[in-house]
Design a protein around this ligand. Structure first.
Ligand SMILES: O=C(O)[C@H](O)COP(=O)(O)O
Length: 230
């Protein structure tokens, strides 16, 4: 039986300022780092074999905190980041292949990046709602199909996250590995939508809190046998 842990990064500086972030690479703030530490404690009983994170620093910081503040008791392996979107880096870590048994690989991949918020990035969400109307902003933020101006719809985001989940993450789960995925509100919503078979009507109601791990138990045939929110 494998475990899949999905965690939205801790609070970022722009989450706190209520600004659309998308692909803007803002870091965690102090609250976010504390949330990541709480997440690390909550998942400390799971022995993580492999991790995946987006390439945005808020998800990377969350992963690093989760693996250095919580799971140490599980085994002596060292977390090592693998920049698997950059071909040249693959050669770098081939060199220490002999140490692979002592590592928890963390694959950094832009397929897990936040939904691209296009022209909205940087704007305050409440001020934008005053300007164009709450309903429009809600559609941009939560509907499945609506694209925010110049950005990705959740469906567009799913077109990169779900193939990545199926081709990269599921392979480990079928092997019985415990997998941690650190990503973003909308990139994770697109994966949850797929895992939980949500209808387009259910998708707008799905909200993910920062730093709260969601744990799935998955059997060798990739069936979900249990789900808990920690
Ligand atoms: O990109 C952002 O601004 C946040 O990560 C998610 O924002 P949302 O809740 O407005 O989709």
């Amino acid at each position: 039986m494998a475990t899949l842990i999905l965690v939205r990064h801790g609070q970022s500086t722009w989450n706190a300022a209520n600004r659309f972030s998308g692909w803007v690479d803002v870091p965690l703030n102090r609250v976010g780092r504390q949330e990541a530490m709480q997440a690390a404690k909550k998942i400390s009983s799971y022995c993580i074999d492999v991790c995946f994170t987006s390439k945005l620093v808020r998800a990377i910081e969350t992963t690093a905190i989760c693996l250095t503040e919580g799971t140490g008791a599980c085994h002596d392996k060292s977390p090592v980041f693998k920049h698997d979107f950059d071909d040249s880096d693959w050669h770098g870590w081939d060199k220490y292949e002999g140490y692979i048994e002592q590592e928890i690989p963390i694959f950094i991949n832009p397929a897990l990046d936040e939904r691209y918020y296009g022209d909205l990035q940087g704007f305050n969400k409440a001020k934008m709602a005053e300007k164009v109307g709450k309903h429009i902003v809600h559609q941009w933020r939560r509907s499945l199909d609506t694209r925010p101006p110049g950005g990705e719809s959740l469906k567009d985001t799913a077109a990169r996250t779900i193939p990545f989940f199926q081709n990269r993450i599921l392979t480990h789960l079928k092997n019985g590995d415990n997998v941690l995925v650190s990503a973003h509100g909308n990139s994770l919503r697109s994966i949850l939508m797929h895992l939980d078979h949500l209808s387009p009507e259910e998708v707008p109601h799905l909200e993910l809190a920062t730093g709260i791990p969601i744990v799935y138990k998955i059997d060798a045939e990739a069936n979900i046998t249990n789900k808990v929110i920690l």
